[in-house]
Design a protein around this ligand. Structure first.
Ligand code: PEP
Ligand code: MN
Length: 417
């Protein structure tokens, strides 16, 4: 058992409600608000997918990441399909995390905390609220927890019943992990921890539960993150997660200023708790040099944050057919730039955050794959690495991290603090 780690400042339920009343971007308009209200009421009575002791245990592991004893791998779908939540679906995802985690561990000589974008990664932020397909203007697909991906008015109608279906699917995925011996009851370093973007507040808010010792936690996942589009310091997403006792992560990108990052650290990690806050850098290979000043800013502010590298979301491009793809070469280059920026800025290189699938897919370019529309390209949202590509990326991370250790001759999560 890991020790109790103090995390957020304790808050009352009324303070949580005040945070929820703040402006929130990226929320759907439910055509039938009464049905949305009744779905929220049912979720508030529903079983918590995640229990508090596990969340507390993960906090303890992340504190050890901050101390340089462990590193982190976070991987999975861009958007999960709730239909893929049985043991037969979850087992290959767990195997993928094992294979990639083993690659990261070799050489680093440091155990790997394995985290899935799993059991709740159902909501997607989008750049535009509407899109036009064949002359028809439709609400965008916001993930299977809101509407359907098919380009028809019927599918794109936001349906609150989907929140209940996704809650059931999340429960199934957790039970699958339990059945595989990788859920509750497993050794913390054998466990597959769950994470998702805490985006859809109508789903997340009813799943806030008391910790039993005076605080509150988000029981929809072990490790929620705030996305690039909802990290406004005065917005509902940041203020809510600031008041919860889960460890939290927040994406940062090339438009994040030093002032914003300081503000996010002050809000999300007020007590400067090791492992409490992870900043996930998603800059893109061409912009990753902008990361260095943020790492320095955070170090000067004294917040012991974990830095993770998401080399996917800043590297999405359209190919000649208008298909969304990511190139392995860009992903590799961003990883190199990340390791340099974080090590030189005196930050903790905690690990890698990727979108990958164990299925036989061809959505990212490289390692023998040229993505094309068809059965091999079936992501619900962004292009994912297949297993071969993900192995190459994990190996690239590990090699870069080892070289940093050798260059600096110091100890830390990747050899640098
Ligand atoms: C994601 O992780 O799928 C995502 C949308 O990331 P970001 O918020 O960094 O764009
Ligand atoms: Mn994505």
């Amino acid at each position: 058992m890991t020790e109790r780690v103090p995390t957020a400042v304790r808050r009352s339920r009324a303070e949580l409600d005040r945070a929820l009343a703040l402006p929130a971007r990226q929320q759907p308009v439910w055509p039938d608000p009464d049905r949305a209200a009744s779905a929220r009421a049912r979720l508030a009575q529903a079983r918590a997918p995640v229990a508090w002791p596990g969340v507390r245990q993960l906090s303890g592991l992340l504190a050890r990441v901050a101390a340089g004893e462990l590193c982190v791998l976070q991987a999975g779908d861009c958007a999960e399909d709730p239909a893929d939540s049985d043991v037969a679906d979850v087992a290959p995802k767990a195997e993928m995390l094992d294979v990639l985690g083993d690659i990261m561990r070799v050489g680093a000589d440091r155990p790997v905390v394995r985290v899935g974008r799993l059991a709740g990664q159902f909501a997607k932020p989008r750049s535009q609220p509407y899109e036009t397909r064949d002359g028809l203007t439709l609400p965008v697909f916001r993930g299977p927890i809101v509407n359907g991906p098919e380009p028809t008015p019927r599918a794109r109608r936001a349906d609150p019943a989907r929140m209940l279906e996704c809650h059931t699917a999340a429960g199934r995925a957790h039970r699958a992990l339990d059945a595989l011996g990788r859920g509750a009851g497993a050794d913390p370093l054998e466990r597959i921890w769950t994470s998702h973007e805490a985006l859809l507040l109508d789903y997340e808010a009813p799943l806030i539960r008391p910790t039993g010792d005076g605080g509150h936690y988000l029981a929809s996942t072990h490790w929620p993150w705030i996305g690039e589009r909802t990290r406004q310091p005065d917005g509902a997403h940041v203020r809510l997660l600031a008041r919860l006792d889960n460890p939290v992560a927040c994406k940062v990108g090339p438009r994040t200023t030093a002032g914003e990052v300081r503000e996010l650290c002050a809000l999300l990690d007020p007590r400067r708790t090791p492992g409490r806050l992870t900043l996930v850098a998603r800059f893109g290979a061409s912009q990753v040099a902008r990361l260095a000043p943020l790492v320095r800013e955070v170090r000067l502010s004294g917040h012991p944050v974990l830095w993770m590298c998401d080399p996917m979301h800043g590297n999405t491009v359209q190919d000649g057919d208008g298909l969304k793809v990511r190139r392995l070469e860009d992903i590799m280059n961003e990883i190199r730039g990340f390791l340099t920026a974080v090590s030189e800025g005196g930050g903790v290189c905690a690990g890698l955050h990727i979108e990958s699938s164990p299925q036989d897919i061809g959505e990212c370019a490289g390692a023998g794959v040229t993505p094309a529309r068809g059965p091999g390209y079936r992501t619900l949202c962004d292009p994912r690495l297949n297993l071969m590509q993900a192995v190459a990326v994990a190996a690239h991370w590990q090699q870069g991290a080892r070289e940093r250790v050798a260059a600096e001759g110091t100890a830390g999560p990747t050899g640098s603090r």
